[in-house]
Design a protein around this ligand. Sequence first.
Ligand SMILES: [Zn+2]
Length: 180
Amino acid sequence: MDRLMPVNKIEDIPEKYANTPVKLLLEYQNFNRKNDNYQKAQLLIAMCMDHRKYLRIPPNFAYMIRTGGGNLRFCDFFISYAISIGKISAIVLIAHNDCGMANLFSVQEQFVEGLVQNAGWDHQQATEHFLNDAPLFEIGNEIDFVLSETARLRIKYPKVPIIPLFYRLEDHLLYGIQED
Ligand SMILES: [Zn+2]
């Protein structure tokens, strides 16, 4: 968490984001900037499916992909689409604290029992589902994970700026992440 860079005033927004939609995103979320009108998407935003977070952004501003943990490993086609057809100018990856996809094995029993009771699965089927898929979707530390996804996508899409940010559940604000 000591790698987070608070954005409490406009001057906290890093200079490198000046004149980019990343700056606008930070202004909408952290400073309640009034909605602008957009004819096309400026950004692709990827974030966790977690119900506790929402973004204050205008219509048409961004493509959004929400997955568990904001994990994009199985979403590359959608990313390619947003870049090629949607012509977005940057990708923002938003991690958050207290993510359910961190430390998944601590909820194995709950997951299995929940599927048995709420979805009508049998115990073995639910256990196999968990054991097969949990390792694919475990993110470990939220910040380390978003930085690893950032690095992976920078290699795959070298001309597209990829920016990792952090959403703190306690204040619903976006933070920069120190990358070094
Ligand atoms: Zn999450």
